[in-house]
Design a protein around this ligand. Structure first.
Ligand code: GLY
Ligand code: MN
Ligand code: MN
Length: 434
């Protein structure tokens, strides 16, 4: 058996063990998982890009495969109903092949009406999928106990998953390097994005999320969604938040580059230093909420050191000043989804609350070996939030001339993926850049 096969088999054993435990918790005999169905534009026959049910792609690396089902009964080989339509308008899925084929009892069907005959006729089934994936007799019931448990466990990556995640990083990095070159050459957002696609081999449709490509003030828009076709007269900043995908596993990386302005370069270097320090704190047993609050203190210290806000960082955090400049969470779990589910629940689905006043934090769990999280601190100059700050008693501690200087640069964000281990964290992103 080659290394790839044994890694995959070990992965599948973990997935089955989780399914066994989830079924027992929920009192079910079978686990059925629908990959999903294509969605179409209203009043038209044009499909949106297909995104499979993440609980489906946890079992096997099929990402372009609507209308497939997994039927698993503990102790038995899982059945894969593999939909391969006769279609001359589109390229249908190729015949099943890959490291996973021997692990499934594969039933190829060409018509969705044939699916139900391959699903278990008796017993209680937990059926996981979207409502529109239903086939006769098998409507998704998405039992909470089962879903909560499976979601929670997905935070812990298997060795096979970590290999995919490292590969996704290696796919994204050439895109980031090409984007930087294009920025330094004065390219538009649209042209920078095109360079990114070329270097990663992605198209817009198969990126894990819409690339965020911001020049100048656009870097202050957290999820800036457009790409200007015209280059600005002066390109001060590139903030690019762009990922890549391998076998359904995602990368989510942000880099910020300046054009040599001394004060902005110092800001970028300071955020980068704090980001790396925070990455180093991704340790088993650490409550991610503590990391988030520590990020506020560290960024507050950057604001003070650079002379933007003359306040004690603890006071900045307490009075909401750091949230003006850092108005999002430190990061989130990542894997089969860019924002993996179950960032703020325990295995029974009970909420692990966010710190008060931090509504956008997507991760409140305690770090443990096998988890992969993003660490993505940022400092931004967002006119809307700065206008609110001007109306507070803290406004007198702000160097508004310096804020004016930074406004045309937009902001800084640096984002890596970090794997929590038994010891030293593994920074998947920096390793790929190296
Ligand atoms: N790219 C979205 C995020 O960083 O969470
Ligand atoms: Mn992210
Ligand atoms: Mn991102």
């Amino acid at each position: 058996m080659n290394a790839e096969t044994s890694l995959y088999r070990a992965h599948l054993d973990t997935i089955k063990a989780r399914a066994d435990a989830a079924l027992q918790k929920g009192g079910f005999d079978h686990l059925l998982i629908a990959s999903g169905v294509e969605k179409f534009e209203f009043l038209d026959d044009r499909p949106y890009p297909f995104r499979p049910n993440p609980q489906f792609k946890a079992w096997l690396p099929l990402t372009r495969h609507p209308q497939c089902w997994i039927a698993y009964t503990p102790g038995r080989k899982p059945v894969l109903v593999y939909f391969q339509p006769d279609d001359y308008w589109h390229v249908p899925p190729s015949p099943p092949s890959g490291v996973w084929v021997d692990e499934f009892d594969i039933r190829v069907v060409s018509d969705p009406a044939q699916v139900a005959q391959h699903l278990p006729a008796n017993g209680r089934a937990a059926i996981i999928g979207e409502a529109d994936a239903a086939v006769p007799g098998f409507a998704p019931n998405d039992p909470r106990t089962v879903i909560d448990y499976l979601h929670y466990q997905r935070a812990y990556k298997t060795a096979w998953e970590l290999e995919r995640m490292r590969a996704a990083q290696r796919r994204a990095v050439p895109g980031h390097l090409a984007a930087r070159e294009a920025f330094l050459a004065g390219a538009s957002e649209m042209a920078i994005h095109a360079e990114y696609l070329r270097a990663t081999g992605h198209t817009d449709l198969d990126l894990p999320y819409t690339n965020i490509v911001c020049l100048n003030e656009h870097a202050a828009v957290l999820h800036y969604q457009y790409k200007d076709a015209a280059a600005p007269t002066r390109s001060r900043t590139l903030l690019i938040d762009a990922g890549a995908e391998v076998d359904g596993y995602n990368a989510d990386i942000t880099r910020t580059w300046g054009d040599g302005d001394e004060r902005f370069e110092r800001l970028v270097a300071a955020v980068d230093a704090e980001q790396q320090a925070l990455c180093g704190l991704v340790r088993a047993g650490t409550d991610y909420r503590e990391l988030h609050l520590q990020a506020h203190l560290r960024l507050g210290n950057v604001l003070r050191t650079l002379g933007v806000v003359d306040m004690d960082p603890g006071d900045m955090l307490a009075t909401g000043v750091t949230s003006v400049f850092f108005p999002h969470g430190l990061g989130h779990p990542i894997g089969l989804q860019v924002h993996d589910v179950a960032g703020f629940q325990d295995e029974d689905g009970q909420l692990i609350p966010r710190p008060e006043g931090h509504p956008y934090l997507r991760m409140t769990r305690t770090l443990a070996p096998g988890m992969v999280v993003t660490i993505e601190p940022g400092l931004y100059f967002i006119p809307m939030l700065l206008a609110q700050l001007r109306e507070t008693p803290q406004a007198k501690h702000v160097d508004w001339d310096l804020v004016e200087h930074f406004l045309p640069f937009g902001g800084v964000r640096i984002e890596d993926e970090v794997h929590c281990t038994d010891g030293e964290p593994e920074n998947l992103t920096r390793d790929a850049f190296a």
